[in-house]
Write a protein that binds this ligand. Structure first.
Ligand SMILES: [Zn+2]
Length: 210
């Protein structure tokens, strides 16, 4: 079985950033379900067409499609996987435990209020896909992409109504996973309302022990 590490947390908790950093550090493959889905949607693949409408409304993607997406994206001979944005439901969590050796689940703990503030500041370049944040990673020129000078936009799923829906979905489904992983003895809670480097230090110190 392939080793797996999971980052769990409300949108805006910084789990994507931490997952990427830990992937570079360990050589594990970083699987970001949200990015994969957007890639498939923009390339208009079969999977992309099927999930396009669901994701733009801020709803969760069906489990079978998520499993299919992961399966088709794994590199051969990868030493391990870091999941980010997966699992989001109990059936997904059970699929994970059944198919991978789950080493650790990092729960990045952030309040809903903080999550909203972080998400509202996000901007993306519709041309090259570069991500920005008005507070944490502002473009050099207001509202313009540093890389290609295109006007930045708010992603459909970062619009206020979609944010509210995603937060509700998080508490309704994903939050229950925390208890499940706690009972399996693999959960480690990390306070996410700290600088990236501090959160990173806590995770790496723990991951090195594993
Ligand atoms: Zn750009």
């Amino acid at each position: 079985m392939t080793d797996a590490i999971v980052f769990l947390g409300i949108q805006g908790s910084g789990k994507g950033t931490q997952a990427k950093l830990l992937a570079e550090h360990t050589g594990f493959q970083h699987i970001n379900i949200g990015d994969l889905l957007r890639e498939h949607i923009s390339l208009a693949t079969d999977i992309g067409k099927r999930v396009g409408r669901t994701i733009s409304k801020g709803s969760l993607v069906p489990d079978d499609l998520v499993f299919e997406l992961i399966h088709t994206s794994l590199h051969e001979d990868c030493p391990g996987i870091i999941f980010d944005g997966f699992p989001r439901t109990m059936p997904q969590a059970k699929h994970l435990v059944a198919h991978y050796r789950l080493a650790r689940v990092y729960y990045l703990d952030l309040s809903a209020e903080q999550a909203i503030i972080r998400m509202e500041g996000r901007r993306v370049c519709p041309h090259c896909g570069e991500n920005y944040h008005l507070v944490h990673h502002a473009p050099k020129q207001d509202g313009i992409c540093d890389e290609c000078s295109t006007k930045l936009v708010i992603r459909a799923d970062d619009a206020p109504a979609a944010i509210k829906k995603r937060i509700e979905a998080f508490y309704k489904e994903t939050y229950a996973l925390k208890t499940y992983f706690e009972e399996l003895g693999v959960l480690k809670s990390i306070a996410a309302d700290n600088p990236v480097s501090e959160v990173q230090a806590l995770i790496w110190a723990d991951a090195l022990l594993g």
